[in-house]
Write a protein that binds this ligand. Sequence first.
Ligand SMILES: [Zn+2]
Length: 70
Amino acid sequence: MSVKLDLSDAANWVCADCQVALIIKKVDVSYLGSSFPVDMPVCPQCGLVFVPEALALGKMAEVEKTLEDK
Ligand SMILES: [Zn+2]
């Protein structure tokens, strides 16, 4: 299963440390005891994963719902 996030902003995101544009990469996210791949903005230089605010705040509720529906 995979989770679709709105990453339309991600093209403009830059790593604050490296000053390089972030790339979208599948990252395994662990949540509620489940692990699933999510497309996340990642810095190609330092590997830092940027968690969009929407994901941190609201979207996880949707993910939780999706998992429960399964
Ligand atoms: Zn970086």
